[in-house]
Structure formats: C-alpha cells, structure tokens
Ligand binder design. Structure first.
Ligand code: PLP
Length: 399
C-alpha cells in the first residue's frame, strides 16, 4: 500500500503555510544522501557539539533506566532537577532563582515555542534578532503576530544598539527576543548595551523579554555572559531559555529548561501538558548528574572549540573574497562573503554538491544574513582544515 502524501481536497489550517524551518536539517539530509552515494562531505553545518555526552552523564541515564525511571514525571520536571538548575544558575549567573519558576522541557526549543505562542496573535508585535535562530521568525509567523527584526550587524559586533531596539517598541509590542551568545554569528551582547536596554525597557512595562542563553557557557577570551535576570527590574518580566544540548553535548537527549516569571509559569506548564506532558524521565536524572558532577568535560570541550575557532577564523580570512570577524561565543563563524559576488544560496549548493562541504547560507537565518555564510566549527581541526581547503580550491577554480 502506498501512502498518499498530498490530498488536494484536504483543508489544512492556513497557519500551516506560515511555519518556516531550520535549513540545517535539510542540508543535513542532503549531505547524508550524498554520502550514501559514496561522496566525501565535511560537515560544517551542524549546530551540535561533535563530542559524545560525557561518560558519567550517560552512566547516570543508564542507571536511571535500571532504577525504574520509566514513567511520566511531574509536568514541570523532577524536583531534584529543578533544584539543580537553580544551583547551576546561581553558580554561573550569580542570580537566585526559585525552583517553582523552573519548567523542565523536552529541549530548549519548547520554551521558545511556549513564549512566542503565549504572546503572539494577529495585531501583536514581537521583536527578534536577524540574522538569528530561524525558529524565532518561523513561530512568530505561525502565531499570527508581526515579527519585527532587530538587525545584528557586523559593524556592531553582531550585537544591537539598545537605542535601535527601544525605538522599535510600540503599544503592540509584546515580546522582545534576545540571544546571547548568538547563533549564527557568535556575537555577544555587552553589559553596556544591556544597561541601556534595561533602563529603556523600564519605560515599557508591557514588554516581556525572552532571553535565549543556550550558549552561555561557550564563551572565549574571558568574554562576560550577561543574563537579563541580573537586573532586578527585569526579573518579573523575563523568561530564560537554556538547556543541556550545547553545554553538555546532549542534543539528542532532548532536554532544556525555561525560567518563567510567576504570573506566566502556569500558562507555560499548561502548554507543556498539552504538547508533551513532561520531559523524558531518565534524561532528567542524567541532567542532574550533568549539573552536579564534574565540569571538566565542559571545560575541555570549550577549550577545543576555542582552538577550532582560531583555526577557522584564520582559514576563512586566508580565502580571497572572504572576511571573518573572530566569533566571541557559541561554535559558529559567520564570514562576510559579499565580495565573492555570488548568491549565498547558490554558494551553499555549490559547496555541498561540488566541493563536498556542508555549510549554510546566511539567509537561512533571516534577510539580514544576506552576504554571509554560517560555518559551524563543531568538527575536528583536521576536518575544518580540509573543509577550508576544499572551499578555497572550489572558489579558485571558479575565478
Ligand atoms: N536556541 C538557539 C539559539 C539554538 O541555536 C538552538 C539549537 O541550535 C536552540 C535554541 C535549541 O536547542 P535544543 O536543541 O535544546 O532544542
């Protein structure tokens, strides 16, 4: 029996056509298909650490399964994990959080979805970073709200000017999304900009802030991570998104958390009950071990990313027509390729299909990503160097 994938008479809700995607998953599928045909592909498109989850965390997950963690947990998560999140937040952000405000979710993405769907509807406006993680814009559109991009430009170190953000706020603005350190640029919002932003936001109490801090532990050169919760006036109106995917190399475990203001928590919990019930039980036990156990593997991963960051930064700048600023956080380089005079979507296709290098067009992250490409350095130095030499050769053959 064949399965019909399209039925012209099926009436889908209109909003289905509004949902975008993450091109990274599409390029991943194409790269895998090419590999299945015997082609060699260097993967520089992936937003996941290439390291395995540290062994003590895997062991804790296995033990949890042996110990009988096979059932639903409370919707908001295991109490011991919610407490571990608060202790970790205090350790790294120096901010006290009540476990009652922590909602454990199946990944970092659900917190984003819950927050945007909670505030988004026709007539509402949501400010979001552009270039930025593509799911912000996708879910904003899906909610029916108007997405208002905040341009993150190379001149501003791929951060924003607080005045520009504040100037976009109007009575319809409901939510402001910030991501620091940022995907896809590696940019970091400095404290001075946060100071000005917070002062201005105090004049706009109707705006809630969603801060995506999923890369907060991946910072280089003693760069400081600023959390919006460090500003007392923002505590009752800010949502924090973080999780285990990047810091502890746990993307496949699907676990993240949100810290919600008290008045929003019940709405988020209800969304979660409708969508997922709760997060995976054994993964939650492993996540306690991740936060409470040794942080040596995290430091070692960070050091490796730092070395690779320098390698890719230098390698990209050695290619004629490409210039790249040194990323400050996360594990992405976002080089300016505008001098090449090529359409970046065609560049993405050419590099994948002809050069055997998987990377992403900057436009996968929004219109302001035009003229840029995203290279992930979550791969070995050897593979990064090979990938760069393929890019250089392929471009050289075309000029
Ligand atoms: N936020 C940002 C900025 C990301 O880059 C990602 C993943 O790439 C996520 C959130 C989602 O994380 P998770 O895989 O835990 O859902």
């Amino acid at each position: 029996m064949t399965m019909e994938t399209t039925r012209p008479s099926t009436a889908l809700a209109q909003r289905c056509s509004l949902l975008g995607t993450e091109t990274a998953f599409e390029v991943f599928a194409r790269a895998k298909a090419l590999e299945a045909q015997g082609k060699s592909i260097i993967h520089l498109h992936i937003g996941a650490p290439d390291f395995d989850t540290p062994a003590h965390i895997v062991e804790a997950g296995q033990k949890a399964l042996r110990d009988g963690f096979h059932k639903y947990t409370p919707a908001a998560g295991l109490p011991q994990l919610r407490e571990a999140v608060c202790a970790d937040f205090l350790r790294h952000r120096k901010v006290e959080v009540d476990p009652a405000n922590v909602l454990i979710a199946p990944g970092g993405k659900p917190t984003m979805y819950y927050a945007i769907m909670m505030f988004g509807e026709p007539g509402a406006e949501i400010l979001y970073p552009n270039p930025g993680f593509p799911i912000y814009e996708s879910v904003i559109n899906y909610s029916g709200a108007k997405g208002v991009p905040i341009e993150l430009s190379e001149e501003n170190g791929f951060s924003f000017k607080a005045e520009d953000v504040l100037a976009k706020i109007n009575p319809n603005t409901r939510l402001l999304i910030i991501n620091t350190p940022a995907n896809p640029t590696g940019g970091v919002v400095p404290r001075s900009e946060f100071d000005t932003l917070v002062k201005g936001l105090e004049e706009h109490p109707h705006v809630t802030i969603l801060c995506d801090e999923i890369y907060s532990r991946l910072l280089y050169d003693n760069e400081e991570h600023v959390s919006i919760l460090q500003y007392p006036s923002m505590v009752d109106r800010s949502i924090i998104l973080d999780g285990w995917s990047k810091t502890w190399a746990m993307t496949g475990w699907r676990l993240g958390y949100g810290i919600w203001p008290r008045h929003l928590f019940a709405h988020a919990e209800r969304l979660q009950i409708n969508i997922a019930s709760c997060a995976n039980a054994a993964a939650q036990v492993a996540a306690v071990a991740a936060m409470e156990g040794t942080q040596e593997p995290v430091d070692a991963m960070c050091e490796a990313f730092d070395r690779r960051r320098r390698v890719i930064h230098q390698g990209l700048n050695d290619i004629p027509g490409i210039s790249c600023v040194l990323p400050k956080g996360a594990f992405y380089a976002f080089p300016n390729v505008s001098e090449l005079g090529l359409d970046t979507r065609e560049l993405e296709h050419g590099l994948l299909n002809e050069a055997g290098v998987a990377c992403l067009s900057g436009t996968s992250f929004g219109a302001f990503g035009a003229g840029y490409m995203r290279f992930s350095y979550a791969n070995s130095e050897e593979n990064i160097l090979e990938g760069l030499s393929r890019v250089k050769r392929w471009l050289g053959e075309r000029s």
